[in-house]
Design a protein around this ligand. Structure first.
Ligand code: ADP
Length: 222
């Protein structure tokens, strides 16, 4: 798995870098019109954001491993945070059909950055592992005294025998050489560690007729 990680991280770094380099070479070599210029610049921006997300996950995973790492504890408005993140993901992935149903005024007591990382990792996985334009539901609601965040996609789902593995660090299903999707196997590890540290829990269920539902449950802060 360590070797898989190095392979996937190298790939994850190289491909956006190669694409940024190509865009820059195009900018230098050719006198582009305003419209083309904007297109090349926006490709560069996408690649930069991909690198940024990757670096954030690597930093978060290494922070989680450090014995003296402490999470901030503050009041976090999960309703506005989830809404804002859905909007920012929409800007990045125009092909994603995100359907948010978000109850207002739901708070938790925890780390704002870490909460954002959980929400983003779950939504980005749902996009990555399901066909473009398929519905992705993001539900946030109060159940008894708990805040529940559900991210449900209509992709292929996760087989029963894989469900216990997907939260392991560096774990990716399938074989690195033939795998089409991008990733490092850090996302769900980060998600699980953050939720644990906040005394919450995560459930992985099957969506119907296909797909997965990641259900995060934590104590509401009132
Ligand atoms: P990465 O996406 O970088 O591979 P993750 O830790 O986020 O790493 O996910 C681990 C594995 O779990 C993925 O490689 C994929 O096989 C599986 N997985 C995660 N989310 C989904 C999803 N929404 N649908 C299907 N498979 C998923």
């Amino acid at each position: 798995q360590q070797n898989n990680f190095i392979l996937s991280i190298t790939h994850e770094l190289k491909s956006p870098l190669a694409s940024i380099k190509l865009s820059m070479q195009t900018l230098i070599k050719r006198a582009l019109g305003r419209e083309q210029l904007e297109r090349v610049a926006s490709l560069c921006l996408d690649d930069t954001e991909r690198l940024e997300g990757l670096v954030e996950n690597i930093l978060m995973a290494s922070r989680l491993e450090s014995p003296d790492h402490r999470f901030h504890r503050e009041q976090v408005n999960l309703s506005t945070k989830t809404r804002d993140l859905v909007e920012s993901v929409r800007r990045k992935h125009s092909e994603a059909n995100l359907i948010p149903t978000i109850e207002s005024g739901l708070f938790i007591h925890g780390d704002a950055m870490a909460s954002a990382s959980v929400i983003l990792n779950l939504i980005e996985n749902a996009i990555k592992y399901s066909p473009a334009n398929e519905e992705i539901r993001v539900n946030l609601y109060l159940d008894a005294e708990e805040v529940v965040l559900e991210v449900a996609d209509c992709g292929p789902g996760i087989p029963e025998k894989e469900k216990g593995n997907v939260f392991r660090r560096f774990y990716r299903s399938g074989n690195e050489e033939i795998r089409a999707s991008k990733g490092t196997g850090l996302g769900l590890f980060i998600v699980q560690e953050i939720i644990r540290a906040h005394s919450g829990r995560i459930e992985l269920l099957d969506n119907s007729p296909t797909g997965s539902i990641f259900k995060e449950i934590g104590r509401a802060h009132v």
